[in-house]
Design a protein around this ligand. Structure first.
Ligand SMILES: [Zn+2]
Length: 450
């Protein structure tokens, strides 16, 4: 929707042709991306906060499809499916794969062990309650790291485990000490962090940091935080601890991606994701949507680190496993067609912030709309491999032909329409499939040849 990107489209004057740019390319050694992926604009309204605490160009992903995602209503992953998903995540390049607690069931225990033995590049974590028995079971499975969690909000302390902050602190330190003694990475996270007492959790995290925890975790368990709340909390925490900061955002109010970005700007180091965002209720920060956000913020980092071209197959794998469709408005892999055909075809940056080719996708300009111009029809003719056989006048003729224009006002079957002479009288609108318009193009093409 951005009308202000500086592209180099014919007719649109870019800022001074000879302007040598100071911000020509983000250096690999700096953390922050500076502008959108396409078009090399001399300036961008999308610059990220670039102060010294920002980690937008050096974050890590903790992929939780096999933990948070297992809490999704439709999820039932058998071991074969878990292994397929784990391998696909590893191929995508996520830094960590988080698994359901081995304490949850015998199958969870066995699956955790089996995935640890796959020899993946990604580190394997498991997410357990903060107590000694759970931690021991986790270490026993051979994981690279243990993610400890305990509720710290007044709601959870009162209605769930009933422990005081002092009790939580002493248990946490004991368990952290044990996990570290086994040479295993350890994270300590509060649950429902944004509804916990700030002073309480800062003290708790400071104590964990002193005890040598690798990461502390902040979780918006109920999905109620806003980017500004996130920035404030993480920025404050960044000033209190030296260890890494992991973040976990639920999407109940639609802020999960924005909150993750804001957390990185404030100095968080790790973001929890799941494929398509699947998880408890409407889930957490989706991996694909986060990639879409971060490839614009930090293109060099994201494109060099993650195998973006594997996103579509990864999403398809998980969508099939939980029997859902990829949402039509999913970033990058959803039905991302537009009708600004002329400008898109002349210079994609005019209406696109993301280059679909970075994700192994091709551009599709919708021609199935009665408000689409002939340029879109021309692009489709080229996609069909017929570009060399149509002159512009012929493309316009196809576009303007009674047959073509009639399909936008027709409610019946396309073959019947071809046979009938009354097509202009059919006034109702029906949505067209791409097959319909392809059929018209091909039919016109056949006529050209006779
Ligand atoms: Zn969660």
């Amino acid at each position: 929707m951005c009308g202000t990107c500086n592209g180099d489209a014919t007719g649109a004057a870019p800022p001074a042709a000879n302007s040598t740019t100071d911000n020509a390319a983000p250096s690999a050694s700096t953390s922050n991306g500076v502008y959108p992926a396409q078009g090399n604009p001399a300036s961008s309204p999308y610059q990220s906060v670039q102060d010294y605490i920002s980690n937008v160009g050096r974050f890590k992903i903790i992929e939780s499809t096999l933990r948070e995602g297992e809490q999704f209503a439709n999820a039932f992953f058998d071991i074969d499916t878990k292994i397929k998903i784990a391998k696909a995540l590893d191929n995508f390049g996520v830094d960590y794969i988080e698994l359901t607690s081995p304490v949850a069931s015998q199958a969870s225990y066995d699956d955790c062990k089996a995935i640890c033995q796959l020899g993946l590049k990604a580190k394997i974590l498991t997410h357990v309650r903060c107590n000694m028995e759970d931690a021991k079971k986790a270490v026993e499975c051979g994981v690279d790291g243990v993610d400890l969690v305990i509720g710290t909000s007044s709601f959870l302390r009162e209605y769930s485990h009933g422990k005081s902050m002092d009790m939580i602190r002493s248990i946490a330190l004991e368990v952290i000490d044990y996990v570290k003694s086994k040479g295993v990475e350890v994270r300590f996270s509060s649950e429902d962090s944004f509804r916990s007492n700030l002073v309480d959790i800062l003290h708790l995290y400071q104590a964990c940091d002193k005890a040598g925890v690798d990461r502390v975790g902040v979780a918006d368990t109920v999905g109620g935080a806003t980017p500004r709340m996130v920035y404030d909390l993480i920025r404050t925490l960044r000033g209190c601890v030296g260890c890494d900061i992991e973040t976990h955002f639920h999407d109940d109010t639609g802020c999960a991606v924005a909150n993750a970005h804001s957390a990185l700007e404030a100095g968080a180091t790790h973001v929890d994701t799941s494929v398509l965002g699947i998880g408890e209720r409407n889930g957490i920060t989706p991996l694909g949507a986060l990639m879409a956000r971060m490839v614009v913020t930090a293109p060099d980092y994201v494109k060099s680190k993650y195998n973006l071209k594997a996103l579509k197959s990864l999403e398809t794998l998980v969508a099939d496993a939980v029997q859902v469709n990829i949402p039509f408005n999913n970033p990058v892999t959803g039905f991302c067609a537009g009708i600004h055909a002329k400008a898109i075809l002349a210079n994609p940056s005019t209406y696109e912030i993301i280059d679909p080719h970075d994700f192994g996708m091709t551009r599709y300009v919708s021609i199935n709309s009665r408000i689409t111009g002939w340029n879109a029809v021309k692009a489709r003719i080229e996609q069909l491999g017929l570009g060399s056989e149509f002159s512009d006048d012929q493309v316009k003729e196809v576009y303007g032909s009674p047959l073509f224009s009639a399909v936008f006002h027709y409610t019946g079957d396309i073959d019947t329409m071809r046979r009938t002479a009354k097509i202009k009288q059919m006034a109702d609108i029906r949505p067209l499939a791409i097959d319909d318009t392809d059929s018209i193009i091909r039919s016109y093409h056949l006529d050209l040849k006779v």
